[in-house]
Design a protein around this ligand. Structure first.
Ligand code: CP
Ligand code: NVA
Length: 300
């Protein structure tokens, strides 16, 4: 019997597994692979935060692979009334074949994975958003044919997306430059571990990060759960905008990514988001293909 695998953070996959998974995703997207390895299987999807892309891509992806997906809002299940995660993990494991969870604390996802006997997938925590990074890497490969030798610039908050980019850079070895305001840098431990593996630079200067970069990417100034900090953050992040001036510093063939939802006029301008370098809607679509490959890998 094989031990079950979870996907709580990018380095839960080896570099080879990650690249294979991206190849599977490309074959699924191209219609070369139409297997239905989830036939007769159910994915439980627990959401303690809002979602459009994650919910729809997991639900549609599971169905396309022959399986069934259950949407469970934490408002409606007993988890929201204080049932321990370890109890829910064991109950769900007796009824479903995989669990996806979007919540606040990474520790909660880890506890769920520890007690569940089926694969657990992190659909976003305050600390990480690994499924989004799968889609982002797929989008990069589509644009450039390879990830090798590419430089990624992250502009803005050192949030869950930034941390997962750092883990991807550390695993695959590409260069990552993060421009973050002081006090809003990424997780220190994640940075330290991965900066020992590849070139990862944190700077307060967006121009420095974007210079010659192949990918320029950003995210909202205030993530889910930080709504009360919105006004404070508007001040701290005022210079951290992906606009045409910043894009003029990047490589001429650079692409722009944003996990969405975006706040036009804050972290990114309308002109860049809707402009010729933007790949944000391919990126959103790629959530579906990348996660189908992930579901097939973990739940087949
Ligand atoms: N990018 C992303 O995770 O979108 P949702 O919040 O809509 O799922
Ligand atoms: N950093 C954002 C990503 C949303 C997909 C958040 O956590 O709200």
């Amino acid at each position: 019997m094989h031990a079950k695998r979870d996907f709580l953070r990018i380095p839960d996959l080896s570099a080879e597994e990650l690249l294979d998974l991206l190849e599977d995703a490309r074959e699924m997207k191209a219609g070369i692979n139409t297997d239905r390895p989830l036939t007769g299987k159910t994915l439980a999807m627990i959401f303690a935060k809002s979602s459009t892309r994650t919910r729809v891509s997991f639900e549609v992806g599971t169905r396309q692979l022959g399986g069934d997906a259950l949407f469970l809002s934490s408002r409606d299940i007993q988890l929201g009334r204080g049932e321990p995660i370890r109890d829910m993990a064991r109950v769900l494991s007796r009824m479903v074949h995989g669990i996806m969870i979007r919540t606040f604390a990474q520790a909660d996802v880890e506890e769920l994975a520890r007690y569940a006997t089926v694969p657990v997938i992190n659909g976003l925590t305050d600390l990480r958003h690994p499924c989004q990074i799968l889609a982002d890497l797929l989008t990069m490969q589509e644009a450039f044919g390879t990830l090798e030798g590419k430089v990624v610039a992250w502009i803005g908050d050192g949030n869950n997306m930034a941390n997962s980019w750092i883990e991807a850079a550390g695993l695959l070895g590409f260069e990552l430059r993060l421009a973050c305001p002081e006090g809003y840098e990424p997780d220190h431990g994640i940075f330290e571990t991965n900066a020992a593996r590849t070139r990862i630079v944190i700077t307060p200067d967006p121009d420095e990060a974007a210079a010659g970069a192949h990918v320029v990417t950003t995210d909202v100034w205030a993530s889910m759960g930080q709504e009360s900090e919105q006004e404070l953050r508007k001040v701290a992040f005022s210079g951290y905008v992906v606009d045409d001036d910043l894009m003029a510093r990047a490589a001429p063939d650079a692409i722009v990514l944003h996990c969405l939802p975006a706040h036009r006029g804050e972290e990114i301008t309308e002109s860049v988001l809707e402009g010729p370098q933007s790949r944000v809607f391919d990126e959103a679509e790629n959530r579906l293909h990348a996660q189908k490959a992930l579901l097939a890998f973990l739940m087949s």
